[in-house]
Design a protein around this ligand. Structure first.
Ligand SMILES: [Zn+2]
Length: 98
């Protein structure tokens, strides 16, 4: 036996549809914000305020200022750089200067 929908049932269905729409809009907005995160976190040089460029040389990642050529390096990469010797150290320096 099919039960007739009451006004209350119809209001509840309407509320559920509104909530589903709001949730879909929230997810769409969140996705949009997350896709723009790299732009929002664009790095600037603390010395001259110009753009910083990430550069990976072998497995060592450094960040270089495009203007003043300042170099920023995290602790893990610094340990790797300090462990380089001889030709490997020279190659690293040459790649940094490029
Ligand atoms: Zn700079």
């Amino acid at each position: 036996m099919k039960k007739e929908k009451t006004d209350q049932d119809q209001f509840i269905e309407l509320d559920v549809k509104k909530l589903q729409h709001i949730e879909a809009e929230r997810k769409r907005h969140l996705t949009s914000v997350l896709q723009r995160m790299p732009d929002m976190h664009f790095m600037r040089c603390p010395r001259c305020s110009r753009a910083l460029k990430e550069k990976t040389i072998t497995d060592i990642t450094i960040v270089i200022c495009v203007q003043c050529k300042g170099i920023w390096i995290d602790d893990e990469s610094l340990v790797k750089v300090l462990s380089l010797s001889g030709d490997m150290a020279d190659d690293f320096i040459n790649h940094v200067k490029k």
